[in-house]
Design a binder for this molecule. Structure first.
Ligand code: KPL
Length: 306
């Protein structure tokens, strides 16, 4: 019998993955809040590119767990700060050998979720560079194609990562097994820890960071990150960290970073899972990161005053 793929989280990535998988004939159930059942019950609206026509994709929607239908495959696509709390509601419905794929930014939420799982359940973590945003509730635009790099975080299954890659590939997404996954998550965290808080505090699009005005800060943030990488034994990404950050700034120049979008929407940002996790690691290593620290405090202050 074909197994259902469950997706928890109806943000841009949750809807993108759910609709792509459903479009290729997979049975997909979206796990949502009660208040979202009406809008999502009509299906997901997917636009493949900003100029493309919107297509309606039907998925099943559930807002309450049911012990009769165990969940074997789950994509956890909430914001980092909500991942563990959101999963705990569905925890009793997870199959004993469930394979859970997390798409969260930063570090910290993976360990929180791993703590909720049994020894037989396998957790995979991913670094995602897909560009997607919500036009409105239930409507997602796939604005830029990216890559899902994923690998095992905890649990027994050595083949789960390859199985997820094959499901995502069939759904037309670019995905690859990258193990060990932790260095990749650190690379993504590093990029986010430069671009997201700088754009959020200064209320600018990513491309603005390529200007001379921000160069000293971008350089200093990367230099501090490299001190942590060195002590943790994490190699720089290909071409060097600064080069990689500058590349992402240019290739996403027109984007408003997710942190700026959260701030604009009056939502809590992911700063604790990005810069916060970096500062925690630095503290353990007895390293001072004054530029990251100042930016962390500026984001916290802006969150509170919004
Ligand atoms: O991941 C991103 C984000 O906004 O969270 C970047 C890469 C900075 C693109 O906007």
């Amino acid at each position: 019998m074909e197994q259902v793929i469950y997706v928890l989280g109806a943000g841009s990535l949750g809807l993108l993955y759910a609709s792509r998988l459903a479009r290729t004939g997979k049975t997909v159930t979206l796990l949502v809040k009660h208040s979202q059942t009406n809008s999502l019950g009509l299906g997901i609206t997917l636009r493949e590119g900003e100029a493309a026509l919107a297509k309606r994709v039907f998925v099943r929607v559930r807002s309450e767990p049911s012990a009769e239908t165990p969940i074997y495959q789950l994509i956890l696509a909430t914001k980092a700060g909500q991942a563990a709390a959101a999963l705990s509601k569905w925890q009793d419905q997870l199959a004993d050998n469930a394979e859970i794929l997390m798409l969260q930014n930063g570090l910290g939420s993976q360990a929180e979720v791993a703590n909720l799982l049994t020894l037989n359940q396998t957790l995979l973590a991913a670094s995602v560079t897909e560009g997607a945003y919500l036009e409105k509730a239930g409507a997602v635009v796939h604005a830029g194609k990216g890559v899902t790099q994923l690998g095992r975080w905890s649990g027994p299954s050595k083949d789960a990562a390859a199985r997820w890659v094959s499901r995502l590939t069939i759904a037309g997404l670019t995905a690859e097994v990258t193990e060990p996954i932790r260095p990749v998550l650190w690379h993504k965290l590093a990029i986010n820890s430069v671009i997201n808080p700088l754009t959020a505090v200064n209320r600018v699009e990513n491309g603005a960071l390529a200007s001379r005005e921000y160069k000293p800060q971008v350089d200093a943030l990367c230099a501090e990150l490299l001190q942590v990488f060195k002590r943790l034994g994490i190699a720089e990404p290909e071409g060097g960290l600064l080069y990689r950050v500058e590349q992402v700034i240019l290739s996403t120049a027109a984007n408003r970073s997710s942190m700026l979008q959260d701030m604009d929407a009056g939502k809590k940002t992911e700063i604790d899972y990005i810069t916060g996790s970096l500062l925690k690691a630095a503290k353990v290593l007895k390293l001072n990161l004054p530029v990251h620290q100042a930016l962390y405090e500026a984001v916290k202050e802006a969150e509170h005053s919004d």
